[in-house]
Design a protein around this ligand. Structure first.
Ligand code: AMP
Ligand code: GLY
Length: 423
């Protein structure tokens, strides 16, 4: 079988890598891929853009590809699944209608309220003056969210009324483009964040290993939010009891309500959770795709061939899939970023030490890299995600850190405290 992976981050390298460990997969193609997928045996990058749905469909049909796996949210929100399915292709990832659960926070909030899913109280605004009037009645801190997709930058946790008002004004003045035409203002939740990614065909819902990531750039979880600076799985924060609660109070009602709306949701439903100090989970956001870097720690733990799982989902056969098999291990991932990220950063730096890192027993998933004249160069904010497994969480972390210490590029930055919340 041959498969196509859409996207070019660490998540997509991990998807391609995992698919290629399956006995059924002979080749994986990536659009656009990165330096890691370019050098992965059995994998090749295709020179197509992610928004070229027609070109992607053509290549998938000509090469007789059995499965298309969509990594990022943008093409899902733009309806790539619907388009490719109309061409007769088998696609992993929800339809455009289903992807609204990530693409519109107001839509997702309304769904949560309808489904009775625990989440922060919120209101939706379409103009600055009514949003500001509302803010003046609320307690602090308070959270301001641009409604649409904003590459993880649309959320402000405001400690003061001034920052809250500035966030509202920024959104309505077009800082996030059309994504900020509506703003959700919601109450601040306390506790620990965790990510439960579930695979669902709209009937059966199978949660994957619960993970945690570190969103902020600075050690101690300080500074601006990023796409994620490190992750680990399974996280002890999500106990089996909490996972049951997530299934019953969050995932099942979400899928049931999607179904009532006529949406046949097939793909990943990613619940970004806040676990309260007393162990009650509530939803911060839903995503319609695999997490990055959560995927880089969840997939290496999976024993079941990934193509079997993704195909069963895409073909609505998850009820017949035997229970997922997991390695009895822990996984940790440390992200190496270009200095300056998530603000301005340089590109084009040559990366060395990748082979030495692999010799340490780690898997180096490339995120923002490209292959240029045989050399791997940095080509994005998050450059690499170095993942290691261990019998214990401590061992996994130690191995990941031993491996990343072998890698060098100009301005390389990584957090030294990944996992500090559970150490
Ligand atoms: P989101 O894009 O909705 O996941 O928000 C990005 C980050 O903002 C989350 O990972 C949290 O760290 C923080 N955040 C969002 N909503 C809330 C909330 N209601 N309470 C506390 N923190 C939040
Ligand atoms: N790691 C957070 C996300 O994928 O949205």
């Amino acid at each position: 079988m041959k498969a196509l992976v859409l996207g070019g981050g660490g998540r997509e390298h991990a998807l391609a890598w995992k698919l290629l460990t399956s006995p059924h997969i002979e080749e994986v193609m990536c659009v656009p891929g990165n330096g890691g997928t370019a050098t992965l045996p059995g994998c090749r990058n295709l020179g197509l853009a992610l928004d070229d749905f027609e070109g992607i469909a053509r290549v998938a049909l000509v090469n007789n590809l059995s499965l298309v796996v969509v990594g990022p949210e943008q093409p899902l929100a733009d309806g790539i699944t619907d388009y490719l399915q109309q061409q007769g292709l088998t696609v992993f990832g929800p339809s455009k209608a289903g992807a609204q659960i990530e693409a519109s926070k107001a839509w997702a909030k309304a769904l949560m309220v309808e489904a009775g899913i625990p989440t922060a109280a919120s209101d939706v605004f379409t103009d600055a003056s009514s949003a500001i009037a509302y803010l003046q009645q609320q307690s602090l801190p308070i959270v301001i969210k641009a409604d649409g997709l904003a590459a993880g930058k649309g959320v402000t946790v405001a400690p003061t009324l001034e920052t809250a008002i500035a966030a509202v004004q920024d959104a309505f003045q077009g800082k996030f483009g059309a994504a900020g035409n509506q703003v959700v203002i919601e109450a601040f939740l306390t506790g620990q964040e965790a990510s439960v990614l579930a695979i669902t065909d709209g009937e059966t819902i199978i949660p994957l290993m619960p993970a945690q990531d570190h969103k902020q750039i600075g050690e101690g979880d300080t500074g601006p939010n990023t796409g994620g600076m490190g992750a680990y799985a399974p996280t002890p924060i999500v106990t089996p009891e909490i996972l049951d609660q997530v299934q019953e109070q969050i995932l099942e009602p979400a899928i049931a309500t999607l179904r009532q709306r006529g949406i046949d949701y097939r793909g990943i439903l990613y619940a970004g959770l806040m676990i309260s100090p007393t162990g009650e989970p509530s939803v911060i956001e839903f995503n319609c795709r695999f997490g990055d870097p959560e995927t880089q720690v969840v997939l290496p733990l999976l024993e079941t061939p990934l193509d079997e799982v993704l195909l069963a989902c895409a073909e609505s056969r998850l009820a017949d899939l035997p229970p997922l098999q997991w390695k009895p291990a822990s996984a940790a991932c440390v992200v190496a970023a270009a200095g300056g990220y998530p603000e301005q950063y340089a590109k084009g730096m040559t990366i060395s030490g990748l082979a030495a890192a692999a010799e340490q027993g780690a898997v180096v998933f490339h995120a923002g890299t490209q292959l240029s004249q045989g050399q791997v160069q940095a080509n994005g904010g998050r450059v690499l995600s170095v993942t290691a497994l261990g019998e214990t969480f401590e061992q996994a972390l130690e191995q990941a850190y031993a491996a990343i210490a072998e890698i060098q590029f100009d301005s390389m930055y990584y957090r030294r405290d990944i996992g500090f919340r559970v150490r």
